[in-house]
Design a protein around this ligand. Structure first.
Ligand code: IPM
Ligand code: MG
Length: 313
């Protein structure tokens, strides 16, 4: 175990202490909690809790973020969509995690006329796009062989290069049907007809936004797990949600996304498919039995949910 985020800042003065990074490097995989603490939002950016997860992603070369989105049985009525629309969702968001506007130069400056300006540079180098393209195409090969690349090539040069490279890489996967969609349209289609998507590959910022949106299409952000993979089997596994300081220590947080992240860890880092599937089935069973947390408008607490999943397992 290592401290990260707000807790690490309070204890060691840094959200990602060197000891924690060292521990992370020495392991085969990382199960990550969640970061974010609005009481620390006043700190300079490099000390804010979010830097813990951004730092781990970058330092450890975790460039491929897999965010599967499926609707669990019985959840159709609890999503933000009509049940018959939600029922069709079974997609995978492949989000690039090491580049884009997240990691470009940024700053604030004062212009000659005295106005303050904030700026963040968006860029992707072709090799960065190429490696996530391969992740997307390989994922598509293992599913329905359809890959939708989401960009904003009608406005952004970064996106035009993204699209060009996607098309180049597609030549290596003749069996996969590659389509392109602008991100604004993708946001709309995700609500209108999410069943049309199988694998979506997109950049860091668009993937961040679309995955939160997709979570509400299947019920709650408290149910979505993710894997952040480096080349090989090394990975970091975390729920796609942040922390919830307002309910800290109250035993109210839904642990299901974290439990499902552990399942992804067994699958992707340790090759334990059967065990991963058992855990996922146990979560599905607990949900079907009506064990649901506050994020789903119900009342089950952290321990109750954990016990129910264990029981089902
Ligand atoms: C996510 C989160 C992070 C991100 C935050 C906590 C920095 O929103 O994993 O989606 O923006 O990537
Ligand atoms: Mg996010």
């Amino acid at each position: 175990e290592g401290d990260v985020g707000g807790a690490a800042y309070r204890k060691h003065g840094h959200p990602l202490p060197p000891e924690t990074l060292e521990i992370a490097r020495s392991c085969g995989a990382i199960l990550f909690g969640a970061v974010g603490d609005f009481s620390l939002d006043h700190l300079e950016r490099r000390l804010r809790p979010e830097q813990a997860v951004l730092g781990l992603r970058k330092e450890l070369g975790l460039f491929a973020n897999l965010r599967p989105v499926t609707v669990f049985e019985g959840m159709e009525d609890l999503t933000s969509l009509r049940p018959e629309v939600a029922r069709k969702i079974d997609l995978l968001i492949v989000r690039e995690l090491n580049g884009d506007v997240y990691f470009g130069d940024k700053g604030t400056r004062t212009l000659e006329d005295g106005r303050r300006q904030g700026w963040d540079m968006m860029s992707y180098a072709e090799d960065e796009v190429r490696r996530i393209a391969h992740t997307g195409f390989k994922a598509a090969m293992g599913r329905s062989k359809r890959l939708c690349s989401v960009d904003k090539a009608n406005v952004l040069e970064t996106s035009q290069l993204w699209r060009d490279v996607m098309i180049e890489v597609a030549a290596e996967y003749p069996e996969v049907e590659l389509t392109h969609m602008y991100v604004d349209n993708a946001a709309m289609q995700l609500v209108k007809n999410p069943g049309q998507f199988d694998v979506i590959v997109t950049g860091n910022l668009f993937g961040d936004i679309l995955s939160d949106q997709a979570s509400m299409c299947v019920g709650s952000i408290g149910l979505l797990a993710s894997a952040s993979l480096a080349e090989g089997s090394y990975g970091l596994y975390e729920p796609i949600h942040g922390s919830a300081p307002d309910i800290a220590g109250k035993g109210l947080a839904n642990p299901m996304a974290t439990i499902l992240s552990a399942a992804m860890m067994l699958r992707h880092s340790f090759g334990l498919e059967e065990q991963a599937a058992s855990i996922e089935a146990a979560v599905a069973k607990a949900l079907a039995q009506g064990v649901r947390g506050g994020d789903l408008g119900c009342s089950a607490g952290t321990r109750e949910i954990g016990d129910a999943v264990l029981q089902a397992l």
